[in-house]
Unconditional design. Structure first.
Length: 404
């Protein structure tokens, strides 16, 4: 579960970033590591993306986010990402995901700039006669340009200084502090940073009280601080009043109720099933029980029978139902599809797994692939299993199931 949230946060950043992923790899791949089938099939034959072109940054496409963030990181000018958030408007799911991504990008930039090796100090050259004008021009042509300094997220600091009453900036900065705190910071600093994140989240709430985004960041920080249940429930109700069916908010809240948080498997299942049962048509919340199941898979090596149990089958069907009825461009839908693909392969439902492959292929920045050290290899292995299983049942590339 943590892996999903961190991937949302860093959706537009190259590589896997900041914090450890979820703890379930052995349950999905066996105690020996990744599945034995490592070949990726024949991507060209099925119209699939070759492994070397799979995008580890994103669970699915968001070209506007990528364009704005790349421009900001290249120029260290905050205005492209500020415009992006302004244009995102009140699509709260999309806004929340983009805030996570921008904050994660800034946190990674800063972390990388702190660990980047310092440029070598120039030694004093021996004294030489001053060159002529022609010689100086020739030397300038031959001299390589000085290396550009590593990006250090100063765009976010400049944005915060220039626009202190910009709600979008406050939202991004608060979440940036959460990602910082959940990195490699010492325990004492971690708590201080999380408290500061909550203060800035409350500032963002005052600037945009109808927007649930900062409430969710405050909830995230409260969960990381391990607040008592009454306080967490109070913050959760503030989110629900503004966005009762927000999928991202439920993904943030779910780990609090899990056995590894402040609840139990039963608490997490009850939370997920209640949300799914209350969801309106078109919501992704019927997929939430699949995440609860994933978060409580046993550590022992799994057999396919587990994935055909009643609890898992119901969770799979809930996710399939949610995807079928949600809008095609739902910001969190790719995350559901990636996790569903994994469960369908493990349940040996290969034709349905191949449907999900066709829907998400090209992107691997999602749970469960980020749980391992090589998302491309993890995804490619399951994609190969889906194709091989589909063909073993008589399928072929000319008659692949449609993506839906």
């Amino acid at each position: 579960m943590e892996a999903l949230l961190f991937l949302i946060a860093t959706a537009a950043v190259v590589g896997l970033l900041i914090v450890p992923a979820v703890r379930r790899r052995r349950a999905l791949t066996g105690s020996g590591g990744s599945p034995g089938i490592r070949i990726a099939g024949d991507p060209d034959r099925y119209g699939l993306v070759p492994p070397e072109r799979l995008d580890v940054r994103l669970p699915g496409p968001d070209p506007e986010l990528v364009e704005a963030l790349e421009e900001t990181q290249r120029t260290q000018d905050w205005r492209p990402v500020a415009r992006l958030l302004a244009l995102t408007g009140d699509d709260w799911e999309l806004r929340w995901q983009r805030v996570q991504s921008l904050a994660g990008a800034a946190a990674v930039e800063l972390a990388r700039s702190r660990t980047a090796p310092a440029p070598p100090e120039a030694s004093e050259p021996p004294a030489e006669p001053a060159p002529s004008a022609d010689q100086a021009l020739s030397l300038d042509k031959e001299r390589p340009p000085a290396p550009a300094p590593a990006p250090d997220a100063r765009w976010l600091r400049n944005w915060r200084t220039t626009s202190p009453r910009d709600a979008g900036c406050a939202q991004v900065y608060a979440q940036f502090l959460v990602w910082q705190a959940l990195g490699d910071t010492g325990s004492a600093d971690r708590r201080i940073i999380l408290e500061e994140a909550r203060e800035i989240a409350r500032e963002a709430i005052r600037l945009a009280p109808a927007d649930p985004t900062a409430y969710i960041t405050d909830l995230f920080a409260a969960r990381a601080l391990g607040v008592r249940r009454p306080e967490f429930e109070e913050r959760w109700e503030e989110v629900r009043r503004r966005a009762p069916h927000h999928m991202g908010a439920h993904l943030v809240a779910l780990p609090y109720w899990s056995a590894r948080g402040h609840g139990s498997k039963e608490d997490a299942y009850a939370f997920a099933q209640r949300a799914a049962g209350e969801a309106p048509e078109g919501s992704l919340l019927p997929a939430l029980p699949l995440f609860a199941v994933y978060d409580h898979l046993p550590e022992a090596n799994m057999v396919s029978g587990l994935y055909r149990s009643a609890v898992v089958e119901q969770a799979i069907e809930g996710a399939r139902y949610a995807l079928h009825h949600a809008r095609a461009d739902h910001p969190v839908a790719p995350h559901v599809r990636h996790l569903l693909l994994c469960f369908l392969v493990r349940a040996e439902r290969y034709a349905q797994a191949l449907e999900q492959v066709r829907a998400v292929d090209g992107y691997v920045g999602a749970l469960p692939w980020v749980d391992g050290g090589d998302p491309v290899a993890e995804y490619s292995a399951y994609r190969a299993l889906a194709v091989a299983g589909y063909e073993s049942l008589g399928g072929d590339a000319a008659h692949t199931p449609p993506a839906h």
